[in-house]
Design a protein around this ligand. Structure first.
Ligand code: GLN
Ligand code: ZN
Length: 763
């Protein structure tokens, strides 16, 4: 009898109820009690959604973040909030959002990054957690109240709860030492509170505890491998049974370590690490539970149930009661309910499964294993029909695209001449001064712009009226830039609500959900587009807007595109072909747009790759392979132009240490990056590498409402000039300006232009 369970359920709510409850509380529009009630209500709903499973998670619900929950459970509060006298939920929010006015905005601009050290990406997902802080004063003190209360709720509702906690080693490794404190030295103290916690859970009648150690899918240094031994020997008290839970990848060299740890069960991500299942079973002592994550918790596709059963049946016969089945990871990373989608194309919808549907699949699998396939034949047939329709659909498979892909050769990504020769041809055509000024693309997305776009989307505004309204915005934006004296202009992106969605909507092979929200952090969600088929571009996507903008000025107007790697990394992607193949298809489609822009006389084209770095695999040993195909995709996209056309790229971060060689291989004529908060020291990498092309290190932080001073920007650029020759330096902000107000943008850019002027005069 295979046992079913779940590792975690999305907490935001099918209609983002948690988001609205949180934001209303933060604005003072509802009481703390109302918020807590909303939380309890969601937990009840989510437990009902998981009914039928043998174990359901408890403690996976959070008002903000599960790592921060752990920090509070262990009394590991940063010094600055330790003496807070109010309600602890308010203190929780102070840690979560305290210094994060900036971060809230950096997410809306799509920059991913938030104020350093506070929030960071949870492994390779788009979820961000609050980084635990450690220092010499760190002392742990157990507060089990959150878990105890949620367990009591579960008990009252008759829910077979399995508490979920993050394991000590993952917690320590992902935390940050604020002074020189060695995190390993904190392990013994931390283990004491873990032991107390497990004891407390046992007292609550808990049998199994899910203890998440996803860090096991990454490369671990020897002391941390030892820490695993120490930790689990200490925690193996017999008070409760521990299910050591790993996900997001393969265990590889950590597999023998995992097999040896004294826990009662191990969960393995059988989507990403299917080839390790057999070895793990072989190596684990014969009394251990083996939990297999057989439903993909990272995408929105239906599982091929028959194929999964073909594979699972012998394993089930071998393991019997020792086999547990679950999604590969927490369902936090998928939307809640496909049934909410009424506008999705029915054929595409029939291929999809969100959290609720994924749990249905899990139940079907377990019934088929435990009672025979015949009992669920109808469900299996329906599933088989859906998977077959997807496998054969002409909407997924486009022979023209595949033929084009087959014809890709190295020359496609090669510029006609090397950079120095191109620069010689570009200079007379662009006639730019030294320290040319530009912006990254978007200008303030005013309420008016958003209302116009949404009225158009809802059909309340016709296409002609919409086009006129957008043209007016573009004209106004161009006029402002002319007035400000910028050298290279942009159209301002008023027609885009999102840099990926805008392109996805115009490409063949993409679908969009209405409610497919996934938590990014706190109350913020993203709705990743669904890349379901071979990608093609039926018609130009930006040419009309850009040509119009160029017609209003003699200055060079930058064509503005999102690059293939970023589009890929911010989408739900296909599971029936490698990501690299989807990326290459995107590259070919955007390449057509680049060439069309060039054809109508656009002299500069920017291809944003904001998310290139965040696509790096969890294991360093796999980085190069990713970088190779990502860079190849960029080169295919941008490098088909003539020498005279200048290609820019933009990246919203500044750590290039490990990837500088690949970045240089992209061979963009100009790269603009985020540097203002790092005092230009991060340019050292470019300096040491002797980065050969032009670059625009951001001189002001667009995440902040502060108006930068001329002096500050001049100083920053002088520092940049110590590292990069002045002939190759540009002056620009860190990122797009869409989250800012015009009242901030105008003085800031005025100062920026003055700074460039001052720099030229100094020469
Ligand atoms: N061109 C985009 C903008 O300015 C770039 C955004 C980004 O890199 N996140 O909004
Ligand atoms: Zn950016």
């Amino acid at each position: 009898m295979a046992i079913t369970h779940n590792l975690g359920f999305p907490r935001i709510g099918a209609k983002r109820e948690l988001k609205f409850a949180l934001e209303s509380y933060w604005k003072g529009q509802s009481s703390r009690e109302e918020l807590k009630t909303a939380g309890a209500h969601l937990r009840r709903q989510h437990w009902q959604d998981q009914a039928g499973l043998n174990f359901v998670p408890a403690g996976d619900f959070s008002f903000y973040d599960q790592m921060l929950d752990m920090s509070f459970t262990f009394g590991n509060l940063p010094e600055r909030v330790r003496n807070f006298e109010g309600d602890s939920l308010d203190n929780f929010f102070r840690v979560a959002r305290g210094r994060s006015a900036k971060s809230a905005e950096s997410e809306t601009c799509g920059c991913g990054g938030v104020a350093a050290g506070e929030m960071t990406k949870w492994f390779d997902t788009n979820y961000h957690f609050i980084v635990p802080e450690f220092d010499a004063q760190t002392a742990f003190k157990l507060d089990p109240s959150r878990l105890v209360e949620q367990l009591a709720e579960a008990r009252a509702q008759g829910v077979p709860a399995k508490p979920v906690i993050i394991g000590p080693v993952t917690y320590l490794i992902l935390g940050k030492s604020k002074d020189e404190t060695n995190k390993l030295s904190l392990l013994p103290g931390l283990l004491l509170v873990y032991r107390q916690l497990l004891k407390e859970l046992a007292a609550q009648g808990v049998e199994w505890v899910q203890i998440d150690e996803p860090i096991l899918v990454t490369e671990l240094e020897a002391p941390w491998q030892d820490a695993f031994q120490t930790a689990y020997q200490t925690l193996n008290t017999g008070a409760v049974k521990l299910l050591l839970t790993t996900y997001f990848g393969q265990l590889k060299e950590n597999l023998p370590l995992v097999a040896k740890l004294p826990v009662q069960g191990v969960h393995l991500d059988a989507i990403n690490a299917r080839d390790e299942v057999e070895v793990l079973i072989e190596k684990l002592p014969a009394n251990r539970v083996v939990s297999l994550g057989v439903i993909n918790g990272r995408n929105i596709w239906k599982t091929d149930l028959s194929a999964t059963l073909d594979w699972l049946e012998p394993i089930s016969r071998q393991l019997g009661e020792r086999l547990w089945l679950a999604p590969s990871c927490s369902l936090l990373h998928v939307p809640v309910d496909l049934e909410s989608e009424e506008k999705l194309d029915p054929e595409i919808k029939s291929w999809l499964a969100f959290a609720r549907q994924k749990l249905d699949e899990l139940l079907i699998l377990s019934v088929a294993l435990n009672e025979g396939r015949a009992v669920v034949q109808r469900e299996l047939d329906a599933n088989a029909a859906a998977t077959a329709s997807r496998r054969h659909s002409p909407r997924v498979h486009n022979p023209t695209v595949q033929a084009a892909l087959g014809k890709i050769d190295a020359r496609l990504g090669e510029r006609q001449s090397p950079y120095p020769e191109r620069a010689k041809k570009q200079r007379p055509r662009l006639k730019l001064p030294l320290f040319p000024t530009t912006t990254i693309g978007s200008f303030p997305q005013t309420r008016e712009i958003r209302q116009t776009r949404s009225a158009f989307k809802k059909g309340k505004l016709n296409a002609t009226a919409y086009r006129e309204a957008m043209r007016k915005e573009i004209a106004q934006c161009v006029w402002q830039q002319e007035r400000l004296g910028l050298d290279v202009l942009v159209h301002g992106e008023p027609e885009r609500n999102d840099m990926v969605e805008y392109f996805g909507e115009q490409l063949e092979g993409y679908a969009f959900s209405e409610f497919g929200w996934v938590q990014s952090y706190g109350s913020r969600c993203v709705k990743p587009p669904i890349l379901f088929g071979d990608i093609s571009r039926p018609k130009p996507m930006t040419v009309e807007w850009i040509t119009y903008a160029q017609s209003l000025t003699d200055k060079p107007m930058k064509g503005m595109l999102t690059g293939p790697v970023t589009i890929l990394n911010w989408s739900f992607v296909r599971d029936d072909q490698p990501r690299s193949v989807s990326c290459r298809q995107l590259a070919l489609a955007i390449r057509e747009e680049v060439l069309d822009l060039e054809k109508v006389g656009i002299r500069i084209i920017q291809i944003d790759e904001a998310a290139l770095r965040e696509g790096l695999p969890l294991r360093r040993s796999q980085w190069q392979e990713y970088l190779d195909w990502a860079v190849e995709a960029f080169r295919i996209t941008g490098n088909g132009v003539a020498d005279e056309t200048q290609i820019h790229t933009h990246m919203c971060y500044s750590e290039f240490n490990d990837i500088i060689a690949s970045i240089a291989t992209m061979d963009a004529d100009v790269i603009t990056i985020e540097t203002s908060r790092s005092d230009m020291e991060l340019l050292d990498v470019f300096d040491h590498f002797k980065y050969p092309n032009e670059m625009g290190p951001g001189v002001y932080d667009i995440h902040s409402p502060n108006i930068p001073t001329v002096e500050h920007m001049v100083t920053l650029m002088q520092k940049a000039a110590e590292r990069i020759p002045v002939e190759r330096l540009w002056v620009n902000p860190d990122c797009g300006l869409k989250t800012r107000q015009w009242t901030e943008v105008i003085p800031s850019l005025t100062h920026m232009v003055e700074a460039a002027q001052a720099l030229r005069e100094q020469l």
